[in-house]
Design a protein around this ligand. Sequence first.
Ligand SMILES: Nc1nc2c(ncn2[C@@H]2O[C@H](COP(=O)(O)OP(=O)(O)OP(=O)(O)O)[C@@H](O)[C@H]2O)c(=O)[nH]1
Length: 580
Amino acid sequence: MKGGISWRLGLALALSGVLAAGLTGYYAYSASRQLLVSAAEQRLVTATRVLVRQLAVGLDGTARDVLMVAGHPGAGRMLLRTDPELVARNETTLAQLFRQMLETHPEYFQMRLMDAANHGLERVRVDRDDIGVTRVQGEDLQEKGHYPYVYEALRLGAGQVYVSRAVINHEVGAHAGHGKPALEVSAPVLDPHGVALGVIVINVDLNGLFGQLAADLPPSLQLYLSNAQGEYLVHPDRSKTFAFDRGQSSLVQDEFPGVRELLVNPPAQDEQTVVTRSEGSDASVQVAAFVRQPATALKAEEDFVLGLSQPLSEVLSESDSLGRMVLRIVAAFSAMAVLLAALLARALTRPLAQIVRAVEGFVGGLRSDELPTDRRDEIGMLARSIEHMQLQISGQFAKLAQKQHELDHLASHDSLTGLQNRRFFMDRLDHALAHARRDQGRLAMLFVDLDGFKEINDSVGHAAGDAVLKALALRLRHLVRESDTVARIGGDEFVILIDQVSDPEDVDVVARKIRDALAEPVQWEGRELRVGASVGVGRFPEHGQDAETLMVAADQAMYRAKSGGGGLICHAEAPPRRLP
Ligand SMILES: Nc1nc2c(ncn2[C@@H]2O[C@H](COP(=O)(O)OP(=O)(O)OP(=O)(O)O)[C@@H](O)[C@H]2O)c(=O)[nH]1
């Protein structure tokens, strides 16, 4: 039944099931996405820290190289300018050493020994060029004393190293390093008294250095390096690197706003990390981790900010398959919920419909065996209660019908003799007269009054009188046809309706039979009790047209019979008629 309780319950259950499955799926999916992002962020932080360590290790290696060369005995001897032949031999030795080191370290562009006495004149210089490694000599050697990597390094003590800012190399004659991002790593060459005689400088290719670092990274990770101002030094998009060198601005904090906090609050000593996301549409968003490494840890001129990123779409790609799986599970659970709800609704509807049919049938007067009384649940209890109620109601109805029957009988019968009473007789007489009028039929009624009845009462007793009345009533009943009506209308007064009279003579025959039969003695407790009967006869249509008139006419005839001494049969007289 649409709109019924079962239907609504089923609908509510189905909706609850679908909603529960949907919410569970949604939260599982959301939580998994959050977990994936958190895990990716953690991986990026770890990988970025590892890279910073590798950068530090790489620069440490370069620092060791520059210190090793600065401490080379040939470097000091050469700069002290003692023996020209010794100087030349040391120059050759150092050039040989520089060449070997450039061949071993592909990230080195250039190695130089500069003289402190001649405005930082390059004394030994080996460059990397397009075809290999070459020594620069003679007129091509330049004075570089105005560069920080020279004058800053000359101020350092033994074992100290200078690392320049990362810049684009614009030095004239820089060969392969020209126009490339580079770091200059330098250390002083000291005489035995600690006086700086010159400087050893290694020019490091920043791209080469980071190319090595990035080589082991998964291809989906992007590498970023900026200086302390956030200016990009390394970026997957080359056009963004060293924008300041071209008079442009390309800042890490513009692309990754979270990095601004690193730049505003630089770490005192330890590295500092942020996890952030790039700005932009969903498809291009990058999840990133950045680490700011203090310059002190790298012996550098300024801090570095190193970062790694991964596209958010790639991080979440695993969740897409999970999402599809969750969707399938949600769909399966929803279908199950709907099916279960439908089954439950049906399981409820069927027995309820049975009960409704049974109750409707009962109201219509039919008993039904359809009630699901054998169920062990609440519906079974309801069915059993309804069955019990039906039985109770049926019993009450039967009793009521019995009472009604008894009342009807009492209302229409004489309680002593069992004959009909006056009211019933008058109804019958009315009906019979209506029929007779319609069919032009004839009928007659006999008014019978017992003679000498009072005497039995008075002499023998009331009980004897009752017995006589009952016995005579029985005789009367047997004397007439089934279709005729016999009634007791007074103490010892009886009336008989003789329907469908074809011959008036027949009425007299019946009247005589009655008078004679009633005169027969009644046996009562070994005694014979005798009464007589006076009979008045009234006929339709001769003596009256309606029940009342006919009754009065028959009664008067009976009185005449009684007046005549009893035991007589008198006919009624026709009512007086007004002559026209
Ligand atoms: N035993 C008994 N007596 C009844 C009953 N009903 C009325 N009677 C009595 O019947 C008697 C009728 O009186 P009457 O009509 O004078 O009787 P009667 O002796 O036949 O006299 P008439 O009719 O004048 O010939 C009264 O005494 C009533 O008390 C009844 O149901 N049982």
